[in-house]
Design a protein around this ligand. Sequence first.
Ligand code: AGP
Length: 591
Amino acid sequence: MCGIVACIIKDKAAPVLLDCVQRLEYRGYDSVGIATLSGDIYIKKNEGKIDDVQKKLDLTDIPGNMGIAHVRWATHGLPTGKNAHPHTDCKKRIAVVHNGIIENYNELKTILQNEGHIFTSDTDTEVIPHLIEKYMEMGNGLEVASRLATKDIQGSYAIAAISADEPNKIIGIRKESPLIVGIGENEFFLASDVPAILEHTKNVIYLDDNEMAVLDLDGVVIKDIDGNVLDKEINIIEWTADMAEKGGYNHFMLKEIHEQPEVIRNTLMEYPEIENVVSTFPEFNRICFVACGTSYHASLVGKYLFETMLGIPTDVVLASEFIFSEGALNAKTLVILISQSGETADTLRALKIANTKSETLAIVNVLGSTATREADHVIYTRAGPEIGVAATKTYVSQLTCIYMLAIAMDGNNNLLEKLQKVPGFMKNALAREDHIIQIAKKYKNSTDFFFFGRGFSYPTALEGALKLKEITYIHAEGYAAGELKHGPLALIDDDVPVLAVVPPGDRHDKTLSNVEEVKARGASIIGVGSSEDAALRLESDDIIGMDNDISEILSPIPYVVPLQLLSYYISIERGIDPDKPKNLAKCVTVE
Ligand code: AGP
């Protein structure tokens, strides 16, 4: 949801800014821009993906050892060149990049226009450089003027600002949008996310809301919004720059799918930490999962698990709807927030509400992200950086954490032993890749797809449908298999492929009956089940065979793998870049 970067270094800044902003392209790719400072402010920006703009403009061809950069996911104003960041004041002496939304920008813009400021874009962001200009004209320096500007603004922001009237200084300010400070050797950075700067430093300060960073060549000073100096901890990041590279794969998504067995192994090593967290829990009589998108699907598996294993009533609420659940929260409720990024605005809003009434636990992938600092307890998914917009490896690591949490709360070590076998099952599923490519070729021109499963396979069906929608743009529906005849069966005909998730277990026979029902209406069946399941094979036009000894309860982890691969390869067949699906960004930092 827009990515921002800033740096002040010893050498030329523009190539470094370009490299950093390329590593943030998963946050938005409507347009890109860089501004550097060398006496005057130099700006290059345009609409389009970074590689295309770079070919046309050579974004690195601007002077100076400091600057700011931006990749955009449009909120206010079309994704055009004039709306691309950085934005400037009237005299082009101040440049600003911004991630977030200025809710009162219309009102501020009118005031500023009445005061004579000339606007050149349709963005909300442009009010910021004009406000800074206004306060600098009153005799303030860049730092105080930026602070005053943010006091006028309502909304969310991570901002980086530079001014030609104060060379060698960069200001970063955050409220409800992520911003980190990178501390290198005589070089300093601001970025929306860690992967942007891993190549340059692993020493990071996480800014909290209403905090600002003042960067110059001598160092970084962190202050609160009233200008008081703060003493902030420097965190050492364990991720390496290689982890955020494609590593020989054509796309991040494919690399991340293939990393999954190892991700599960790494996440399983968190079990002692999870036991520690559980040992501090008071007694709960209700659990409430809160999440969005793929993380919501992982939460649904949590509901089935907690209710069947622990017998604790468990709800799953979409973070954007959580406000309606506030009245039912109390001190006996454990609210579990699941988020890859730990920065999803809806989830953070829900966390704020939950913190006032209940115990909160965040299951998060990104170290130091806002959710990890605001929740009462934190469990990390050890997936490493996930760059592909479509969540894959973080989904299976979320699931692994949820299983381990249930095991730690229940003391069922038998299931923990079975979890150790899951990486092997996933490896075997990945080995079906060539067969899945053939299935992708067969169904690549479909316009509608259905996914269904029962019980633990229902969230798998939802996740399969979401992956297909996200990266192939094919209309897809995920259903609880038993629900089909309550309406959607009317949509089934010869043109609709149905992917049925049918692992062996208690729900197998009933799901197979649902397969027969759709088959009788002409659907083509892609069966995903045990390779030894002769009945499913008989009903299926195409079958993706999984290991026979995957138990139903653990099936959500390995069974999602073929669904991810199928979406990936259909996306490739349709000529779509699965890492950068249209209209989507990796991290949704606006509500
Ligand atoms: C998943 O493929 C999507 N990119 C999206 O649904 C994502 O899961 C959702 O936005 C939640 O993000 P989070 O886990 O970072 O909170």
